[in-house]
Design a protein around this ligand. Structure first.
Ligand SMILES: [Zn+2]
Length: 196
């Protein structure tokens, strides 16, 4: 726990009304006037923490959207809402539904379980993970028109032809390449099936 003093959004320390001139003043001494949003702006400036806007209970740092509990609940709800498919260690990569860990083979999955879950590696432990399939992300093609910027006369500056040719060449390579540049979580929930 740090020694930092916690100032909640709706506490008297976050902001107060003061003069002169009449208006809202934050704990940092900034004056926000007397407009409809002045109180909100002064409190936001002066506070360090606020109540989680989702559960309205837990205290979070003011720049966060929600508390860890609400965030975990939201991730679990979105995981449960995905279509379920059976998975028998036969398609890789797979990942946790929040995208925090990707597994490219069974060794990586085993390593993760042994080091993060304090469980032996077996189907039961794997089934306890929120695993989803992965969707490939391919390199994007370049839009050659993107480089045609108007000059001060409003005429389009065309790309010099060696560069234009290189863009076409690049796009050809992108279309022909079957290897993804990265992966993202897919939309299928994996139901782990024991190996036959
Ligand atoms: Zn919350």
């Amino acid at each position: 726990m740090s020694d930092e003093k916690i100032v909640l959004y709706d506490s008297d320390q976050a902001a107060h009304r003061g003069v002169p001139p009449e208006g809202w003043i934050s704990a940092r001494g900034n004056w926000f006037g007397n407009m409809p949003h002045s109180e909100d702006m002064a409190r936001s400036d002066g506070c360090t923490h606020k109540k989680c806007p989702v559960c309205k209970e837990n205290v979070i740092e003011k720049n966060r959207w929600q508390c860890s509990e609400c965030s975990a609940k939201r991730i679990d709800e979105s995981f449960q809402s995905l279509e379920e498919v059976e998975w028998c260690f036969d398609s890789w990569p797979v990942c946790l539904c929040n995208g925090e860990h990707y597994f490219f083979d069974e060794d990586e999955l085993e390593f993760y379980i042994e080091h993060h879950m304090e469980l032996g590696y077996d189907c039961f432990a794997v089934a306890g993970l929120d695993l989803v399939n992965c969707k490939p992300i391919f390199a994007p093609e370049l839009d050659e028109d993107h480089f045609e910027l108007p000059d001060e006369d409003g005429d389009l500056n065309r790309l010099p032809s060696p560069i234009y040719e290189a863009v076409l060449q690049y796009n050809k390579a992108v279309r022909e390449c079957e290897e993804p540049t990265s992966w993202m979580p897919g939309n299928k929930r994996l139901k782990v099936k024991a190996r036959p």
